[in-house]
Design a protein around this ligand. Structure first.
Ligand code: SF4
Ligand code: SF4
Ligand code: SF4
Ligand code: FES
Length: 937
């Protein structure tokens, strides 16, 4: 499409019904109370000149360009700060107004470089536009006097410049940083003529608190704050609407191109998940798609020690299919399997699970969600009946109490975090349950009412203690429970036991009983209380128990089924929800329907023309174990770096090495590819055609911004492998795959590319009863009928700190990097995070003689690695913390085989470790069987 320019109505929309009638230049318009005259005018097509106003920010009234005359009123008020009043008559054009506006523009232009024709923003500059709109023809003031024309440019940020000489001090950037992003990194310092924008304490953008979200760049009406890519490549000329491929927020973007060159990503105002905002990854970190490391041709080799050999697509596909069939012939149909990726589209995932079931003839398919949110699927299905979060993101705007458990939204889900912070600034109360003092606990204008700084691995004890308070103090919603739930009596009897009281559990959890009681009372009082959680809940041996525990608490207090409440997983990768929805689990067909269900199998058996096994296949850890036993011999891995992201790296790599055939479909030769025999190059999100489903069940279109650099869409490759194996699998395009998904999956029944193109995005369930999707689940009844209370006994993890491994390691993410870093490490984002570091509490550091920046050895009973220490009291004494974005650090070398009892989700968040200055790890640890020295040494 041509360059999509969204209308800017000047000031934000006001909530409520349109009840105020005004007349603007003789045109009648009715608006909700509080709507500005500027916005009302824009709604009837009357464009009042403006500079400091934009509809993503509250009106400021500083530029004085939007002046109007109001019948019966005095003077010439600014229309952006004047609310409409019933019966008001407004004039936007008059000789007097024109003269005033020209005078304002003259002052701006007299202190502005007159390089419009060569300026990088030429054609996309509101100052330039407004000069034309007000009819400015000459500037009477000379340029000789004091001015800002020599003001310096700050180029410290890798993605955008700040050219102070072009600043008109409109404060849009400052307000964007405050109101939209919530970081408060910018100020206008000085007064009057001396007013200048400054980052932090007069620092460079890079040195300041700026998180490089780009909201200020987007808000700036001039070329003062501008993407460097625009300076280098020129103004874009066309745009394609698509979806970010990083996190589970699922932000919509306009990919803006000049010719075939992607110039910039601009967050889309109508994006259901992000409403025009973004973070540094989605807006700026797309350069990996054209990174020279990308592999664009298929490659094969006989042994993993052989060099790779480039082959044609036909050769690669035939070779893959032949080897898979040979291995099955020798070792049985169950000796091969596949893994789907949460990085890929729904359509790409669907065809992989179909290939496994229809062409491989088994259920040996699993997904990388196994290692992140599989407990969410299990826990929410058991209690509510649907394996998904209950709300949309907008719901948080109605929350009075927000509980964040085991999630770090400002780093992991930044755009949602900005929305959440906005609600907190409006007065919602916050409870953070996390061993680490995440930014939300205290950041500008946000402070948690309670930070329950629990010991890693004691989530269930904390949630039980909160529920204990609710039940024993009579704080629950008895009507809700009586009408909508079952199993309450048994659960209440269990949870009311003294062993679940905050006092009894305080020693285990480390959370003072009084603090926990206060947090529980706050949650119960609401009136709207919402739980948001992340991998700090799921990646535990009791991950599924904890998910059910949160569901119990929400049901007991009636916090389900309306705006502002709910239990909401913050999904990690862009399509975790979708990859689970698409039948990637060995026990479930698409739509979370068990393979043992004859009726469900019959749907696919008829359509696909093959029998489907009624027994579940192997999960990822079972595949690894079977590989080491010699019974599992070949694996097709779609876009997932198992060797880096799965726990106990030594075990994973031993299993991969034991297989006869490992096929990797990916962008880069990742760590897993070191153990692969076939490499099938994948497509970046800029080349894909399909859909992603975000954390709010929102299905978003991913549209090809450029043609596939490999010559093939990933779903085509999978179909061709299946066909070469003798199973016919053909689709005309990705839309046809979605049609098959809709045909066979009741919750997707109304979804099609055409419908998505029409309405923008759809939150499933999308059925005849809800043709445009479902914002909030379980409004009048639970999917399973009655919500089920399930007792959640706390069982301590087997992973204990010992004399040899006295510390507990927990892991997490940071804003600028993503997961194993395959993408972000290939962008300028490395400027913020060159390496993973180990955060060590000052006390733990002191007793080990460790100072900030020291290289330290981190050892667990399964492995050992080295990384730099950062002294930090964000986590309590006895707990150390790191990220896992860099393979050279190999944090998963030390994580163990413990996993969630229900789903095998690894217990990444609790590993007993020892830390010592590099090369002085106690001999006992170094000699421990299984300890392996790895990269970093
Ligand atoms: S990039 Fe974002 S965080 Fe940085 S100054 Fe601009 S709005 Fe603030
Ligand atoms: S940098 Fe841009 S948005 Fe900020 S005050 Fe200057 S002109 Fe306005
Ligand atoms: S918040 Fe997530 S989806 Fe949105 S731009 Fe950032 S990484 Fe992409
Ligand atoms: S746009 Fe109204 S005062 Fe600037």
């Amino acid at each position: 499409m041509t360059l999509l320019k969204e209308p800017d109505l000047g000031t934000p929309a006001m909530p409520g019904d349109a009840t105020v009638a005004v007349e603007i230049d003789g045109l009648a318009v009715t608006v909700p109370p509080g709507t500005s005259v500027l916005r009302a005018a824009a709604m009837v097509g009357v464009e009042i000149p403006k500079l400091c106003a934009t509809d993503s920010l509250d009106a400021f009234g500083s530029c004085r360009l939007c002046l109007v005359e109001v019948e019966g009123g005095k003077g010439t008020p600014a229309s952006c700060t004047t609310p409409c009043a019933d019966g008001m008559k407004v004039r936007t054009q008059s000789p007097k107004l024109e003269k005033l506006r020209r005078g304002v523009m003259e002052l701006y232009i007299s202190d502005h470089p007159l390089d419009c024709l060569t300026c990088s923003a030429n054609g996309d500059c509101e100052l330039q536009d407004m000069a034309g709109v007000v009819g400015l023809r000459e500037v009477r003031y000379g340029f000789e006097g004091e001015n800002h024309l020599d003001a310096p440019t700050d180029s410290s940020n890798p993605y955008f410049d700040f050219d102070a000489s072009k600043c008109i001090a409109c404060s849009r950037c400052v307000r964007a940083c405050d109101e939209v992003q919530g970081t408060f990194a910018l100020t206008i310092s000085g007064r009057g003529f001396d007013s200048t924008v400054s980052a932090g304490m007069d620092e460079s953008f890079l040195a300041s608190d700026c998180v490089s979200c780009g909201a200020c760049v987007q808000a700036c009406p001039t070329a003062t704050l501008q993407e460097r890519s625009v300076v280098e490549l020129g103004m874009p000329t066309r745009s394609v609407l698509t979806t970010c491929a990083y996190c589970g927020v699922g932000c919509s973007f306009k990919a803006e191109l000049r010719g075939d060159q992607l110039v910039r990503m601009v967050p889309y105002k109508d994006g259901g998940a992000n409403e025009g905002h973004s973070c540094v990854k989605g807006r700026f970190a797309f350069g990996y798609a054209s990174h020279p490391d990308r592999v664009l041709s298929p490659m094969v080799r006989d042994r993993i020690t052989d060099p790779w050999c480039e082959v044609s697509w036909d050769e690669a596909i035939t070779h893959t299919a032949t080897r898979l069939r040979e291995i099955q012939a020798e070792h049985g149909p169950g000796s091969i399997g596949g893994i789907t990726s949460s990085r890929c589209t729904n359509e790409e995932v669907y065809v992989v699970q179909k290939m496994v079931r229809a062409a491989f003839g088994n259920n040996n398919v699993d997904t990388c969600a196994r290692v992140c949110h599989s407990p969410t699927g299990y826990g929410l299905k058991q209690t509510f009946g649907t394996s998904a979060g209950t709300q949309d993101f907008a719901s948080v705007d109605a929350a009075d109490v927000i509980v964040v458990i085991g999630a770090n939204p400002t780093d992991g889900h930044p755009v949602f975090a900005s929305r959440m912070k906005r609600r907190l600034r409006q007065g919602a109360r916050l409870v953070v349950v996390d061993p680490r003092r995440i930014d939300l606990v205290r950041s500008p204008h946000v402070e948690a009412a309670h930070h329950l700084q629990l010991a890693p691995g004691t989530n269930v004890a904390v949630i039980n203690a909160m529920a204990h308070v609710v039940v024993t103090e009579g704080l629950g919603d008895t009507d809700f429970v009586a009408q909508r739930c079952e199993g309450y009596e048994e659960w209440a009897e269990f949870i009311a036991r003294e062993e679940n009281s905050p006092e009894a559990l305080a020693e285990i959890t480390g959370v003072p009983a009084a603090e926990l009681r206060a947090a529980a009372r706050l949650y119960a009082a609401g009136p709207n209380s919402a739980i948001y959680y992340g991998l700090g809940v799921t990646e535990h041996s009791q991950g599924s128990t904890m998910v059910m525990g949160m569901a119990n608490l929400a049901m007991a207090t009636g916090n389900i089924g309306r705006d502002g409440v709910g239990v909401n997983p913050l999904r990690g990768q862009n399509n975790v929800q979708g990859s689970c929805d698409m039948g990637s689990f060995p026990h479930e067909l698409p739509g979370y329907r068990h393979v043992s269900d004859d009726n469900v199998r019959a749907v696919y058996e008829q359509l696909w023309g093959i029998p489907i096994l009624p027994e579940p296949g192997l999960r990822i850890p079972n595949m690894f174990d079977a590989a080491l036993d010699g019974t599992f011999r070949a694996l097709y891995v779609q876009g997932e770096d198992l060797a880096q992201s799965d726990p106990n790296t030594q075990h994973v790599t031993a299993a991969l090495s034991a297989m006869d055939l490992v096929v990797v479909q990916d962008l880069f030769l990742n760590e897993t590819a070191k153990y692969a025999h076939v490499f099938l190059p994948g497509t970046s999100f800029l080349e894909k055609d399909g859909t992603f489903t975000n954390a709010e069940r929102r299905i978003n279109r991913v549209r090809p911004v450029m043609t596939a650099r490999t010559g093939k869409q990933e779903w085509q490759i999978v179909c061709e492998v299946a066909q070469a194996m003798g199973y016919p699998m053909r689709y005309d395009d990705a839309a046809a795959i979605m049609d098959e998904i809709a045909l066979t999956t009741p919750t997707f029944a109304g979804v099609s590319f055409a419908h998505l193109d029409e309405v923008g995005s759809i939150q499933w369930p999308c059925t005849a009863a809800a043709p445009d999707g479902t914002r909030i689940m379980h409004e009048s009844g639970f999917t399973r009928g009655k919500g089920a209370f399930i007792p959640t006994a706390y069982v301590p993890t087997k992973e204990r700190s010992t004399r040899k491994y006295p510390l507990i390691l927990t892991t997490g993410r940071i804003l600028s990097q993503y997961n194993v870093g395959a993408q972000t490490r290939r962008t300028a984002n490395v400027v913020w995070h060159e390496e993973d570091v180990l955060e060590v509490h000052p006390h733990d550091a002191e007793v080990r003689g460790i100072t900030d920046g020291d290289l330290v050895d981190l050892a667990s009973r399964v492995g050992r690695t080295s990384l730099r220490a950062r002294i930090s009291d964000r986590q309590p004494v006895g707990v150390v913390y790191t990220t896992f974005h860099h393979p050279v650090t190999g944090a998963n070398v030390v994580t163990t085989e413990h996993s969630d009892w229900a789903t095998n989700c690894p217990e990444y968040k609790v590993t007993a470790v020892q830390v010592a200055l590099h090369r002085s790890v106690p001999a006992a640890a170094a000699a421990d069987p299984g300890a392996v020295l790895v990269a970093g040494e």
